[in-house]
Design a protein around this ligand. Structure first.
Ligand SMILES: *Cc1c(COP(=O)(O)O)cnc(C)c1O
Length: 355
């Protein structure tokens, strides 16, 4: 067992709390008072510190700006009825950060640094965790290259940071999606499995085209044949067809291993629900929409938890789905995950980390 890392704390002299309207939170707009910073130099992480959130200086030659070694995580903290702060599946995020780091040729971060940084940052900024049900504190850990050097090679220095942002419900309305058969999010052998900043940069243009046509998100298909459904926007996607839950498998490196996805699969297994981890083809998708066997379609991810899909565009046609009933699988999953996160239901898989 490694001992707890030492983190220095410099508190902000002016809290922004009183200027923040917790009743009208816009995703990602309000940032809490403090941030965690650690620097990687000469092969080791050091100078662990919590400081007031604010700008930082980097050189124009910073390697991230040119060659894009940048990865991130997204997770949430909740307050239970007693005002205690709980974080959902933090160890899973710490592990995934390191998987992304390895793929992007970046150093891994000891998990105890990740967890201790989170604990201490959330202790300092605990008043930023909203109390209201449906609200939470979004947590953004990220790592990027720090070398001031233009040669194309992995950077030798890196920075890891965490800052947080109080958020309300992400998608209040069900979303419309369009099956994308031209652009590609991920290909086998690519970086689709890593939570890499560049994956997001590459997805913005096709997403914007779809938005101009009136759709909220894309349903990404595989890069080779565009015949299989992979993900929805920046979420994993699940379908319930004739009573069976179907979601894309993660083995090929094109599907981001969502922690929400994993949690929903675990609940489906706990409940003895029929489940297939396999690629749904675009043809099957369209057929199930034509013949009415598509029962539920929803995105799964940290920001929204469950994003109900009410419209799917495929091969030139729009198909509408009715809102799932109160006892549907997706509504039950949302209720159960919320219950666990807000400390109202038992947590049989020890998903919640108490701060
Ligand atoms: C982050 C992300 C997800 C969802 O992962 P969670 O751990 O559930 O938040 C899904 N797809 C992509 C592309 C992502 O970047």
């Amino acid at each position: 067992m490694s001992s707890s890392p030492t983190i220095s704390i410099t508190k902000s002299s002016h809290s922004k709390l009183s200027e923040t309207d917790f009743s009208s939170l816009v995703f990602g707009k309000s940032i809490s008072d403090h941030m965690f910073v650690a620097d990687y130099q000469n092969g080791a992480w050091g100078d662990l510190r919590i400081v007031p959130y604010g700008p930082m200086e980097i050189y124009p030659g910073n390697a991230t700006l040119h060659y894009g070694q940048a990865i991130f995580e997204g997770m949430k903290a909740y307050k239970n009825g007693k005002g205690e702060v709980l974080v959902f599946r933090a160890e899973a995020n710490a592990k995934r950060l390191n998987e992304s780091a390895t793929r992007m040729c970046m150093p891994t971060l000891p998990e105890n640094i990740f967890i201790e940084a989170l604990r201490q940052l959330l202790a300092v900024d605990k008043d930023w965790v909203p109390q209201e049900k449906g609200s939470s504190l979004y947590i953004r850990p990220f790592m990027f290259a720090m070398d001031n050097y233009l040669g194309v090679k992995p950077s030798e220095s890196y920075r890891f940071m965490i800052f947080t942002s109080p958020v309300g419900a992400y998608y209040s309305k069900p979303v419309s999606v369009k099956v994308e058969t031209n652009y590609t999010r991920a290909t086998e052998g690519g970086t689709g499995e890593a939570k890499a900043a560049g994956n997001y940069a590459a997805s913005l243009y096709p997403a914007q085209l779809a938005q101009k046509e009136g759709y909220d998100q894309l349903l990404w298909t595989d890069g080779k044949t565009h015949s299989q459904i992979e993900e929805s926007g920046t979420m994993n996607v699940m379908f319930k067809i004739k009573g069976t839950l179907i979601t894309a498998p993660t083995g090929k490196g094109t599907i981001l291993k969502g922690i929400t996805r994993d949690s929903v699969i675990q609940l489906a297994k706990d409940w003895g629900h029929k489940l297939e981890e396999r690629f749904l083809t675009v043809a099957e998708l369209q057929e199930s929409l034509e013949n009415g066997t598509m029962e539920e379609a929803f995105g799964v991810g940290t920001a929204a938890t469950i994003a109900f899909i009410h419209k799917i565009h495929v091969n030139g046609k729009d198909y509408l789905l009715t809102e799932p009933a109160a006892d549907s699988f997706s509504k039950n999953v949302l209720k159960t995950l919320d219950g666990i996160k807000y400390g109202e239901l038992k947590d049989p898989h020890q998903w919640m980390l108490s701060i």
